[in-house]
Design a protein around this ligand. Sequence first.
Ligand SMILES: [Zn+2]
Ligand SMILES: [Zn+2]
Ligand SMILES: [Zn+2]
Length: 371
Amino acid sequence: MDIMITLFYALFSFCVVYPPSEFVAAGFTITQIFDNFLGSESTNFIKYHMKRITITSLIHASLPLGYVCTLWCCGERGEWMPASALGAAIIPMIMLFQIILWWEHDKSKHPVVRALKPYVNQATGSDWRILAADFNIEFHRVDKVLLPLNSVSKVIATQNWLIKVTPYNVNIVKQLDCSLVATAADTHNLSPSGEDEVQYVNVEVIPSRDDVKRFSFRMSNTALRELQPRLMRPMRVPESISLIPPLIERFVEVFKTNIAKNPMYYYDNDEVEQCIGCMQNQADVKIVNRCEPAQPGPADGQRPQPPCSPCNCRVLWCASCMARWWATRGPDAPAQWLSSRGSCPVCRATFCLLDVSFACSRSIAPPAVQH
Ligand SMILES: [Zn+2]
Ligand SMILES: [Zn+2]
Ligand SMILES: [Zn+2]
């Protein structure tokens, strides 16, 4: 009986400290339960996290006492119960004392305020609340990037700040005052064939000021790519660490290598048009129906595919956009992308890899290959 209660309570405690997704979905997390008291994170970031850290610390510190109470409620009346109850009660008492220290004297000892303090004199020369108000306004803007690390931590990049939120702390650093360095990366295969690779990168945030604490976080390469455009300074990646490009980018390269084997397509128009997909690259691919009609279409394995059909569209797309279009409409398994067939983004004509050519205007084609 006691063992069952202990196991149940251990599981319960773990779910309180690291809520699994089921708990998050059911709204059974500290932040969700105390939602009304905490207020809005997006409009008042500093106050929200000051309250959240206080409540979280107190609840976590009360878990041992909760265990003794649970045992008592379940009829446990051992001689050691009073002593354990006293011992377990001391932990939240100490925490409460710590919290009082945080909140008195202008809250200046609170972890959130301590994280903000190094920037107070520099920015305003006075009260941390003035900086907090500015900070909140910046955090409220929609252009921030918020990346969850797990169910209780996240990294946020606003225009000027980089923030890491953990259960008992908040790290705040000015983007211009710090450098980001990738310290390690590890790759995991999600599928046995190794097509679905996920890479995790450990990133160390090193502030240039001594009074700001350095911190680190670990996130997937995909999440890191979302973060990077928001960073004022690019992350440094040592040569010993190679970040794998996303699957689709690797496919774009393979696609380009394959279509480069097809004959070049020359057109008469002097004007080189921009790709209508990305509006950045020059349009450089043309679908020319050249695979033999009798030839059986590249086997998809499952569904029979329609035969290739001619496309009369002009040169409108760049090879990268065409490859991405091809991949997003291809089969679910990336291994079958190359052997599948695509459809022209404009006229929907079906084409296979043999039917895609790099296109080049005759006027700018190298003389040796002209005609
Ligand atoms: Zn393009
Ligand atoms: Zn077409
Ligand atoms: Zn074809």
